[in-house]
Design a binder for this molecule. Structure first.
Ligand code: ZN
Length: 285
């Protein structure tokens, strides 16, 4: 009955048809949005599954909770570039709030920069040899040190190509050697002996390594050689050991006296350090 009345009122009937078409279009747009959201969601799920396991064998809720856990929530300050705000996730498996979005500094870069700023362990160097140079740190040190040399066994962008276990460098050339996350890749006894040799009397090695502080002894096994098994045993395909608390003994046995600086307390929150991470300052004795 109502429709019939509307048919007698062409204007109103036209308005209603237009409204109905608009509603169909709106439903169409809503449906398209919903489909796009589902597609985005599926892409996110695939990403999350990959992040977790490399294959689709985790349930969707778990995968989504992983993504949610990576959402930056807190403000930090970067000691390298001064950025203040939210840091981004980084790494596989991903670490939330790990990377400065401004300069790219990670937790260990920020800790090293902070310790250097507080104690001048690097910027006071007159002749510094930097192994496996992190570009961020290298840029700063190149400006602050009288003589700065970057070195890597393979990287052609380093100033010199150098084998840390067998350096073609005269005795007593440098007053400071920096190697962050290098010693766990190499024969560290040979490397430490070489570092000591190229240091001047009283010179120092500034070192960072991944360290399982709760393990009294370093775990290594020369039979573990292939990359996949090394990843299983040592946490990375090109690592040759997992350091325990006796890392300090290895350094002392090589002829160094140790000081150590730890990422901890309110500063670790403010600057986004990994709690318990260490910078070792090892003075040649
Ligand atoms: Zn930064």
């Amino acid at each position: 009955m109502v429709e019939r009345n509307f048919e007698r009122l062409p204007l109103l009937s036209g308005v209603l048809r237009t409204t109905a078409a608009a509603a169909r279009n709106a439903r169409g747009r809503a449906a398209a949005k919903a489909i796009a959201a589902v597609r985005r969601g599926k892409r996110r799920l695939r990403l999350a599954r990959y992040l977790v396991s490399g294959e689709a064998c985790v349930d969707d809720d778990y995968a989504l909770s992983i993504l949610a856990s990576l959402e930056p929530r807190h403000d930090h300050v970067c000691p390298l570039c001064g950025f203040a705000g939210r840091f981004l996730p980084f790494g596989l498996p991903p670490r939330p709030e790990a990377r400065c979005p401004c300069c790219g500094a990670l937790e260990r870069h920020r800790l090293l920069a902070y310790v250097d700023r507080s104690h001048g362990i690097l910027r006071e160097a007159k002749a510094l040899l930097h192994f496996a140079p992190e570009p961020l740190i290298a840029t700063t040190l190149r400006q602050s040190c009288l003589l700065y040399v970057s070195a890597d066994i393979a990287d052609p962008t380093a100033d010199i190509q150098l084998d840390i276990e067998n350096m073609d460098v005269p005795d007593g050339t440098f007053d400071t050697v920096l190697c962050s996350h290098v010693l766990e890749h190499v024969d560290d006894r040979r490397a430490l002996a070489e570092i000591r040799r190229v240091l001047m009397p009283g010179g120092r090695l500034v070192a960072m390594v991944p360290l399982a502080e709760g393990c009294r002894r370093t775990y290594e096994d020369p039979q573990v050689r292939d990359p996949g098994t090394r990843e299983l045993h040592f946490g990375q395909k090109d690592h040759v050991r997992r350091y325990g608390a006796d890392f300090r003994d290895r350094v002392r046995d090589a002829g160094f006296a140790l000081r150590e600086f730890t990422g901890e307390g309110a500063d670790a929150i403010r600057f986004g350090f990994t709690f318990g991470e260490k910078v070792f300052v090892c003075e040649k004795t």
